[in-house]
Structure formats: structure tokens, C-alpha cells
Ligand binder design. Structure first.
Ligand SMILES: [Zn+2]
Length: 498
């Protein structure tokens, strides 16, 4: 049986195309009750790590901004894709993608003129109607609008990344962070790209969520990381820029070896952290690899960029996070254009800090968590989400809707909810309730039955293997905590029911 994640996502209310009743609009998705919760929990896991464990400051800036910052950042000039339209039906296409689809070779780094020549050489036509294509041109992907009315209105932009909205208040953040470097600042929020032709579900959206962390540092110390020693023996599948030539394959490498030849401790440490966080979200390491950007693909301001990629069955490689050494480019440009000082004075030196950026998408990891956790067991389909991100961690049901069982089950639900679990109460035919929670990826089910009145215990069901144990209500919170954290094996959590 093959399973289509997008079908389940739609049917069970994880996410679906937005504006459906008006015929939808490509590149926009609405998260339903399960998807919104899954997203929230993924964001919580990231926030907990970067704010509580790495000591980053959390901020939230507007998504709608004046145009000036984007002139400074270079987005007005160069945040572009190459668009080519059909002269017959008007369909827009990404020129580089059309060429790549035809030649099966990368078009990365090719100029507009080279692409134009290649399109005519290979006689590429409109994929929708077969019509002749027009001339490709650079198309800016920022959404624009107006701020305010009348003559004095100004041009507004929806931010294409959160990063610049973190750089702008750098001086204030530096003061708030008590004038110390490195200074980490994290921002969660929406960003927008007016993509030419988004057709890959959550992988390519016009409105998407990001979690971008900016580390401001003294360039003299930006290589070494104090916690590198704790991760240096970890191994990953790595594709360095030298490996991306025909015939070369990714190789397993320790971080120590990676740092020796290919990058800095700072970048390697954050690559390791990102992989570990994806694993905690439930994405198995075998689907992940670390890839260095090639020289012709890296942004011009970056001296070194790496991605963690997920190998998707449906969409091929998906970039989940990008880690880039952005040098002092952004702060320098904001200093130049705003005429406000971005430099700091530390240890007798005056300098503009350098930035290492750890830029997570949220929608792509969410999709990857779903795709890598969908399981088929006979005619049963379930998501094996770990309790650390599952929309619900435990569902509580009465066996029947009578004889006082709903009241007892509600009490159990209140206890679990009060103890901080993501709990859910539902009632109905018990087999169907289990089936629904399997598809929602809820790791545990609790059933209150007639015996509960006598033994003050409930049946606890494990989603993954459908085993059941009997647990006293008074022990339930403790047992669930231990089972979820891996301290206690499920089979040992109570009397096994045969
Ligand atoms: Zn056409």
C-alpha cells in the first residue's frame, strides 16, 4: 500500500491549500488543527534549544517593512529569479528550472544571456501548451504594497527573510545583551517570496515560516566554538564543495575531520546541533546530509555556507536549514545606508561584528517530519511522531458513552492536561478512536473501562506496536513522563494485557 502524505494531511486536517472556496492560489497553505499544533511544537523545540540552551535573545519584528532596508540589503537589486513567459498562453516558468528539466544538468551560476541561449539551442517550449517562449528576464520576488494613504504613502515590502529585521536593531540588542559578543538573537516569523511557479506543497511557498538565529561575533574569534569538543566525534554524511563534481559521492565524516579541512568550529557545531534537533523531531539521521554550497551558488556576501538537507521520496533533496558566514556585509550596509553606527567598541578595538546565521525553515522540516514518520502496518496507517513534537501526546477515551465512564475519563484527561501533557479527550466507537489517533500520530491512548471503577486503573495503548498495559490512575502521570523520555520501556510500564 502506498501512502500519500499530502492526502492524509488534507483529510486529517494537518494542512491544505488556502482559499479553496475561491479556487486556491499556488504557494499558500493553511494549517489545520493538527498541523498548527505540530508546527507550534516544532517551533517550541527550536525555541527551547536556542533561547534556553544557547542563551539567545528572542525578538519579533514586523513582517511588513518600508523599502529602504531592502535597498541596503541588496534585495531590491538582486533578490531575483529568471522568469520566462509563454507567448501563447502566458504561463510563467522559472527559466533555469525549464533548462534543468530538459538537460538534466544544473543551471546554477548561469547568466541570463547563457540561459537565453541555451533555451533557444535546446528549442524548449512551454510545458503547459507547447507554445513559444518569450525572452527570459530577472524578476524580483519581493511582494510590494503601500503604507499609508494619499500623496505621502510609501512603498512597503513583505520581508523576504527575518534576518534583516534582526540586523536593523543590532545596536539596541547589543546594549540589551550587556555589550557582550558573541551575541545570539533568534526570531520566529513569516517571510514572503513571490515565487514564479510554486508547485511543491509546503516545500515551496509564497508565504512561509522561518526561525532564523543570528550570532554576532568578533571576527578575530569567530572560528573557535567553546562547545565544539562535545560534538567533534559525531559523524554525518557530508558533501563538501569538492565532492559535488560528477562521480563523487557524500562521505561519512566526523566533525573533527570536517573542521580540519573544510569549515570552522562555529559552523560545524551548529550543523551538528541542527542535525540533532531534526533527529529529536523524529527525522531519522539516514535521511539527512550536510552539504556545502559551491562557490558559484553561494551568496556573494557569504564566505562559507552549508545546508542540512532531507532526502525526500517525493521532492528529492529539501533544504531544511542553511548555516552561513555572512561576514560584516549586512551590518556594514545598514550602517552605510541608515547613517547609524553599527560598530562596537570592545577590548580596546572598534569593529563591525561578523554574523553567522542559522536559518531554519519551519514548513519544510514539518513536511519532512510527516513524510519520514508515515508508517503502514497491515491496513493501519499511522504517523510515528515522537512525543517531543506530536500534536497530541496522549488521548483519553471512555470505553462506552454511559455508566459514568465519560465522567471518569474526563477526570483522567483533566489530570493529564493539568500535568502539562498535550492531551485530548474523545468518545465514540473505540476501534475508530484508535484509528483516528494513529493517523494524528498520538503516541499513547488511555482507555477508561468498567474495571476502572474497581481497580482504579486504565489501559494504556502504545501507537507503534499496539501493545497495551494496565496502569493505576495515580501512577499515570509519572509513568507517561518516564515512557515519553525513554527512561522506562513501555512493556515495563504496567501489567501487559495479552
Ligand atoms: Zn503556454
Amino acid at each position: 500500500m502506498t501512502v500519500n502524505v499530502l492526502d492524509i494531511a488534507k483529510r486529517r486536517g494537518f494542512f491544505w491549500p488556502s482559499f479553496e472556496i475561491y479556487g486556491s492560489c499556488a504557494g499558500f497553505y493553511t494549517y489545520g488543527p493538527l498541523g498548527a499544533l505540530l508546527k507550534l511544537r516544532i517551533e517550541e523545540l527550536l525555541r527551547d534549544h536556542y533561547v534556553n540552551k544557547e542563551g539567545c535573545l528572542l525578538i519579533e519584528a514586523p513582517i511588513l517593512t518600508p523599502e529602504d532596508p531592502w535597498v541596503a540589503s541588496g534585495h531590491v537589486e538582486s533578490f531575483t529569479d529568471m522568469n520566462v513567459e509563454c507567448t501563447k498562453c502566458g504561463e510563467p516558468h522559472r527559466a533555469d528550472h525549464l533548462l534543468e528539466d530538459k538537460t538534466r544538468k544544473t543551471a546554477e551560476g548561469m547568466s541570463l544571456n547563457e540561459i537565453m541561449a541555451a533555451i533557444s539551442k535546446h528549442d524548449i517550449k512551454c510545458t503547459k501548451c507547447g507554445g513559444t517562449l518569450g525572452e527570459p528576464y530577472d524578476y524580483n520576488m519581493m511582494f510590494k504594497t503601500y503604507i499609508g494613504p494619499g500623496k505621502n504613502k510609501i512603498t512597503g515590502c513583505l520581508r523576504p527573510e527575518t534576518a534583516q529585521t534582526t540586523y536593523m536593531p543590532f545596536r539596541r540588542l547589543f546594549e540589551i545583551g550587556r555589550k557582550r559578543l558573541p551575541l545570539g538573537v533568534v526570531q520566529f516569523g513569516k517571510a514572503h517570496r513571490n515565487e514564479i511557479s510554486p508547485r511543491q506543497g509546503l516545500v515551496r511557498l509564497r508565504e512561509f515560516s522561518q526561525a532564523e538565529v543570528q550570532f554576532f561575533m568578533d571576527p578575530a574569534s569567530s572560528g573557535k566554538h567553546p562547545k565544539f569538543g562535545s560534538v567533534k566525534r559525531r559523524k554525518f554524511m557530508v558533501l563538501t564543495k569538492g565532492d559535488q563534481k560528477p562521480g563523487r559521492k557524500p562521505a561519512e565524516m566526523t566533525l573533527e575531520a570536517l573542521v580540519k579541512k573544510h569549515t570552522t568550529e562555529w559552523i560545524a557545531y551548529h550543523l551538528a546541533t541542527a542535525v540533532q534537533l531534526f533527529e529529536r523531531m523524529g527525522i531519522p539521521k539516514k535521511y539527512l546530509r550536510v552539504r556545502q554550497h559551491k562557490d558559484d551558488e553561494r551568496s556573494f556576501y557569504s564566505s562559507d555556507t552549508w545546508d542540512v538537507e532531507y532526502m525526500s521520496d517525493t521532492f528529492g533533496k529539501i533544504e531544511l536549514v542553511g548555516i552561513a558566514a555572512r561576514t560584516d556585509y549586512d551590518l556594514k550596509r545598514h550602517q552605510e545606508f541608515s547613517k547609524q553606527k553599527m560598530q562596537v567598541n570592545l577590548d580596546g578595538k572598534t569593529f563591525i561584528p561578523h554574523v553567522i546565521e542559522v536559518a531554519y525553515g519551519i514548513d519544510r522540516p514539518l513536511y519532512s517530519v510527516m513524510e519520514s514518520n508515515v508508517k503502514v502496518d497491515g491496513d493501519r496507517v499511522f504517523f510515528s511522531f515522537p512525543p517531543s513534537v506530536s500534536p497530541y501526546q496522549v488521548a483519553v477515551f471512555p470505553l462506552v458513552r454511559k455508566d459514568g465512564l465519560p465522567k471518569l475519563a474526563r477526570d483522567v484527561y483533566d489530570t493529564l492536561n493539568g500535568a502539562g501533557f498535550y492531551a485530548l479527550y474523545d468518545e465514540g466507537f473505540i476501534g475508530r478512536l484508535y484509528y483516528r489517533q494513529d493517523e494524528a500520530g498520538t503516541p499513547f491512548g488511555v482507555t477508561v473501562d468498567y474495571d476502572t471503577k474497581k481497580d482504579k486503573a486504565v489501559t494504556l495503548r502504545n501507537r507503534d506496536n499496539q501493545k497495551q498495559v494496565r496502569v493505576k490512575i495515580k501512577d499515570l502521570v509519572e509513568v507517561l513522563r518516564k515512557v515519553m523520555s525513554g527512561q522506562l520501556k513501555f512493556e515495563k510500564a504496567g501489567k501487559l494485557i495479552k
